[in-house]
Ligand binder design. Structure first.
Ligand SMILES: CC(C)(COP(=O)(O)OP(=O)(O)OC[C@H]1O[C@@H](n2cnc3c(N)ncnc32)[C@H](O)[C@@H]1OP(=O)(O)O)[C@@H](O)C(=O)NCCC(=O)NCCS
Length: 296
């Protein structure tokens, strides 16, 4: 059962799958590694205004489709979380979905981090650059002993700290990058083995770091220090402690990514011995301004 979504005449019509049909898409969606399991996927669809838009293709068992849902907890910004289409269907699908989402009230639609080639494709369909992300890596040998943190203790995460970690995250990061509860939990469980460290000043959470290891490869997933505690060596201590844990867990190489203009993070990573790989990722966005003919 599918609802027709009206788009303007120069865009191919896309169909919105009925919620009862979401399960049928799971075998294709699971490979995207965005959801832990089918239950997590269905919960995301319910709680994050998830929708699946398809191109009508009767000759295929599953049509080309896109899964769209809120970007973190912001319903005015939505993301193209999963795109499954052959190259020749992609343009019609993405143009159709963009038109449908913007016509339905989404203020902006963002991509996931894309390669340069993919970013060029999306740009030719009306998307504009939102940010560039640089990738850095470091061999995990001889990690220096982390700096002392004075009266700030670095401890392992416990569930009771979750709300305070989210508050520290909200204070540390600019709006677009702030985490919601679901995404924070997801990030902290995303590898085979994970480390989640919290910096505490008395009972107050003033920073945190998350990393994970898959075999010999490790990822520094998240690092944030509350602005009131920045510039005192805490970010370096948290990152240093995390790197040592990742090394102890058997990782040989750790990678991290950050926005190209996040100079404090870049300076910290360089100080810790990370080197830029030269690879970049691009997040693009489309709003009604970039989509002429969108009825809003
Ligand atoms: C990046 C961040 C974690 C650094 O934490 P911090 O506790 O302020 O950093 P530290 O005091 O430990 O500084 C360590 C090094 O980081 C770099 N650094 C930190 N703040 C900096 C700034 N404002 N400008 C330039 N370099 C800076 C410096 O190299 C510094 O070394 P130095 O003290 O010898 O100059 C913190 O600024 C933050 O939470 N930013 C917002 C969230 C974020 O961007 N996280 C990283 C995303 S991947």
């Amino acid at each position: 059962m599918q609802d027709k979504v009206e788009t303007s005449a120069d865009r191919e019509e896309v169909l919105a799958a009925a919620p009862a049909d979401f399960k049928a898409f799971w075998p294709e969606i699971r490979n995207s590694l965005i959801f832990r399991n089918r239950r997590d996927f269905l919960a995301f669809m319910r709680q994050n205004h998830g929708r699946i838009y398809c191109l009508p293709r009767r000759d295929a068992p599953l049509p080309p489709f896109v899964l769209v849902g809120d970007w973190r907890s912001r319903s005015e910004t939505r993301a193209l979380w999963v795109v499954k289409a052959e190259p020749w269907d992609k343009e019609a699908l993405i143009r159709g979905v963009s038109g449908a989402c913007l016509a339905e009230g989404t203020q902006r639609l963002v991509t996931r981090p894309l390669s340069h080639r993919e970013a060029e494709e999306y740009a030719s369909w009306g998307f504009r650059p939102l940010c560039r992300v640089v990738l850095l890596e470091k061999a995990l040998r001889g990690v220096p002993f982390p700096r002392e943190t004075g009266d700030i203790r670095i401890v392992h995460f416990r569930r009771k700290y979750l709300d305070d970690v989210l508050k520290a995250d909200e204070a540390a990061f600019e709006d677009f990058w702030r985490l919601d509860r679901r995404t924070l939990e997801r990030i902290s469980e995303s590898c085979l083995r994970n480390v989640f460290l919290v910096a505490k000043h008395g009972s107050r959470v003033c920073g945190y770091a998350i990393g994970g290891v898959n075999g010999r490869l490790a990822y520094l997933q998240r690092l944030g220090v509350h602005p009131e505690f920045q510039g005192r060596g805490l970010g370096e201590s948290l990152a240093g402690r995390l790197l040592r844990s990742l090394q102890v867990m058997g990782a040989a190489l750790v990678s991290v990514n950050t926005q190209e203009d996040n100079f404090s993070a870049l300076s910290l990573y360089h100080k810790l011995g990370f080197r830029e790989t030269g690879e970049k990722r691009f997040i693009l966005q489309i709003t009604s301004r970039e989509l002429p003919g969108c009825a809003r």
